[in-house]
Design a protein around this ligand. Sequence first.
Ligand code: MOS
Length: 728
Amino acid sequence: MKFDTPAGTNPIDQLKVVGKPTDRIDGPLKVCGQAPYAYEQPAPNAAYGYVVGAAIAKGRIEAIDLTAAKAAPGVLAIITADNAGKLEKGNFNTARLLGGPEIQHYHQAVALVVAETFEQARAAAALVRVDYARGKGAFDLHAAKDSAQPSREQADLKLGDFAAAFASAPVTIDATYHTPDQAHAMMEPHASIAAWEGDQLTLWTANQMINWGRGDVARTLGIPREKVRLVSPYIGGGFGGKLFVRADAILAALGAKAAGRPVKVALTRPLMFNNTPHRPATIQRIRLGATREGKITAIGHENWSGDLPGGGIENGVQQTRFLYAGENRMLQCRLAVLDLPEGNAMRAPGEAPGMMALEIAIDEMAEKLGIDPVEFRILNDTQVVPEDPPKPFSQRQLVECLRQGAERFGWSKRSATPASVRDGQWLVGMGVAAGFRNAPTMKSAARVRLAADGRVTVETDMTDIGTGTYTIIAQTAAETMGVPLDRVDVRLGDSTFPVSAGSGGQWGAASSTSGVYVACMKLRETVAQKLGLDPATVTFSSGRVRSGRRSVALGDAARDGEIVVEDAIEFGDLARRYQQSTFAGHFVEAAVHAHTGEMRVRRMLAVCAAGRILNPKSARSQVIGAMTMAVGAALMEELAVDKRFGFFVNHDLAGYEVPVHADIPHQECIFLDEADPLSSPMKAKGVGELGICGVAAAVANAVYNATGVRVREYPITLDKFFERLPTA
Ligand code: MOS
């Protein structure tokens, strides 16, 4: 079905199941350790593969000596570029997943050692001797900044006359912000099991986008996509790091072929940070001009990031197109070539680092104007995308998010004078930021089956990366078919199922449930037909189908055999005619110890406007998880670049520290009561990425309010502000 007119009243609006806080249906399996992740799938007779990562960042392999490794106990096969055959490019540069003789980045895989046991593979891998000729690489974004070039991904955006408006504005700021390279650091490492039956490959692999992955594996190995099956029913977090297949998947496939048996490959944690992609660092210069009354007249936002040759930008200006009014605008991104590991999508690519800079700049401007930062944002709200021609938002309640948030958080108690509030030895401050993330939609298909006992089974290649997909899909089917939740079975993450939107860009929830919804609507038609009921008056509830005086058990329609239907939702013109975005108001209270500089996030509140919330319980988990992740971005997380040798030094979870929920005593998340009929038949959008966008800046603004020290370089660590702390 094509979604190209606004959704009218439909069965989802009953909200008997959808919209109710619902426990995860996969929860018990997960807490009992019974949900099989990729590496835990049954694979009889499997051998183990261990990846050897390049010890240089750029250069060539001069020679590989495998003699000792081959002779080691248990070794079955060793894959290198010499025997792997030519790897083709997939959706992204999958050919790069096995390096040699050219080396493109540190810890790029150069060999896979396959052995009977994991320990044997690891021991033999240590015996692989590689001689390198080290080349000269570029590893420093600051040094490469001036060589950065425009990128096709984001054209320069010019509106009005930014230079003139900025020059003549009575109040201006011009500041440069830095966000570091960051790691996804998801719990489950990249892991795959590959098994061949003849020329048919099955890969159990941790992957967010089954259909992309299937295509990439097929293209990379040069085999037809029909010969590749991907299975990924449970995924222990992705954050974008599993949008594409990685070395574990491709090397497991090659290793299994060479060994003639299934092969299991998991990337070790210390390998992941340099072998797999990361969120690239940015340098962002923001210039704002405003009238004395606080109306923004000029917005300039320039963003620099780097990536491997042929790579992409980290689009820090993405939200600046949409968030605030202002007639004169200049936005641009520049891309430098760096020889660090691959930069790629991490939770809210673009907006997450973009908001980290923009929302400090807005705070700085509000202070300079002497206007409350909540009011300053409200004053510069826009109800259309400020471009030519202006485009309406499908829905935009940023002002409401900020107002409700301020009210709930006790914002009126904030002192506008920095470093003026003390709680014993602690300096206490409050910060605010807007939250913004676009809400794209993607075509999504599903198959639904109705059995004679009235059970409904949904099958789609959609993934649940820890987000709650199983549950919202079950809720959707239960609501549409009029059955209790426990009469629905959901089967996900298998390329033999219809192609879904997959999990990415916070499009997963709205798109995949919409696909399930249209498939269920088709099933309703089929059921009415089979039972000879008038499709115009038929209703589905409590496991029964009713029309006029007739009431029949739903399962009766399948008396003569299971009914199977399939449909897909496609998103038409509405997604182009209306800007579909999600909004939030983020509030943070921070305390900084006056003598030691120790920092504590005491309270956080997010008020979100993101269309209909399908499951307030899992949506809340998404948002508070994202808020916690953003505290990491604000205060802790940074991949430290060794600029001489070109690698991330802190490549494990001891050196790359992330916060946990226990670090923050109070986190609250409120959803505005919204339903967006322009977004999808579900009237839903997404929250998984909204929750991270803006939060780090709210933390930074709270730290500033507490201490009077403005740090423009994330993460806000002690060394950057300690000497500037007010003396006690
Ligand atoms: Mo998201 S970074 O598109 O998984």
